[in-house]
Design a protein around this ligand. Structure first.
Ligand code: GRG
Length: 305
């Protein structure tokens, strides 16, 4: 057996997702659609097809692969993975808007509202959010209706006011206000953790896994969601200030506390190792087949961007 090569597997999965998204936005109206206004189509393509690690789709497809899906189920997992990337991309587009983070660059290119305009960026975000649910429910996929409903339900909750949007609201409302450690963890679990958790849980849902396995993957997703955020906070430490243990970057600029600014980088590194270990332990029952997810946990904790 060749050793598992994480980077090339991530790239291969990303290519599949990008192809699926490019196909869906090829400009051909689907039943019920009359005309696709070129400007929104091009804005959606700009946002969706402009890079990104595609880590959420990877997690979803690798979680599904644990259950040895047949070709139809694997195709359905790809559709759900592409849908999830639509929601993630919409959140980045809206997060970059002047009313939120007011960022000019995303994934190394001008943000959507700079490349197009603000109204188009709002609409393209809205369209990406709704497209996600279209893709999950598309009758052309062979997925059993109960599984589709379970996916729509879990995705709505992960993305909505009890998940990502709610986390973003708490975040905005807490600028320059002291947050307790518990509040920071809750906010992060909602804002970034909910979609990562959904990614892992959805792999199980697509394959009709047992409630136990679904729960196990959900807990795995929760642990790597926390790791993702800690790694993000660590990335906000500049080389110089890391020595003094002082956080910079957008969050710190706005006077926002992170776990790293509360406890320092060394604590965060120890914590990260603990989270990866806990995540990996949850994969134990899946044996060797879980190697991609194991490596994904390490990748998320050690990521450089
Ligand atoms: C505006 C509804 C709404 C929600 C915004 C997730 C989120 C909530 C905002 C994203 C802003 C942000 C910088 C969050 C921190 C987590 C983070 C670094 C997200 C970027 O995700 P990656 O690293 O990005 O997976 P790529 O580009 O690889 O897809």
């Amino acid at each position: 057996d060749l050793p598992f090569d994480f980077e090339s597997q991530l790239a291969a999965r990303a290519t599949l997702v990008e192809r699926r998204l490019a196909d869906r936005l090829d400009g051909t109206p689907r039943p019920g659609e009359i005309v696709l206004p070129p400007r929104i189509l091009s804005a959606m393509r700009y946002a969706l097809l402009g890079g990104g690690k595609r880590i959420r789709p990877f997690l979803l497809m690798e979680a599904a692969a644990l259950f040895m899906p047949d070709a139809d189920t694997e195709a359905a997992a790809l559709d759900v993975a592409a849908a999830l990337e639509c929601i993630h991309t919409y959140s980045l587009v809206h997060d970059d808007l002047p009313a939120m983070d007011d960022d000019a660059l995303r994934r190394g290119r001008p943000t959507l509202h700079i490349a197009y305009d603000e109204a188009t960026a709002i609409l393209a975000g809205d369209a990406l959010l709704t497209l996600a649910f279209d893709m999950v429910t598309d009758p052309s996929t062979s997925l059993a209706p109960e599984r589709r409903v379970a996916l729509v339900s879990a995705l709505s909750r992960a993305a909505g006011f009890g998940g990502m949007v709610g986390g973003q609201m708490i975040d905005l409302a807490s600028e320059n206000r002291h947050l307790s450690e518990e509040e920071i963890v809750t906010l992060q679990a909602m804002k970034t953790g909910a979609l990562l958790r959904f990614a892992c849980e959805a792999g199980a849902i697509v394959c009709g896994a047992t409630p136990d396995d679904r729960e196990r993957l959900s807990r795995f997703g929760e642990a790597i969601g926390l790791a993702f955020q800690l790694a993000d906070d660590l990335l906000d430490l500049t080389a110089d200030e890391a020595v003094m243990g002082k956080a910079t970057g957008k969050d710190a600029d706005r006077g926002k506390a992170t776990l790293v600014s509360l406890h320092g980088a060394e604590w965060a590194h120890t914590q990260l190792r603990g989270l990866v270990d806990a995540a990996v332990e949850l994969l134990e029952p899946f044996g060797d087949r879980a190697e991609p997810l194991r490596q994904a946990a390490g990748f998320i904790a050690n990521r450089r961007n």
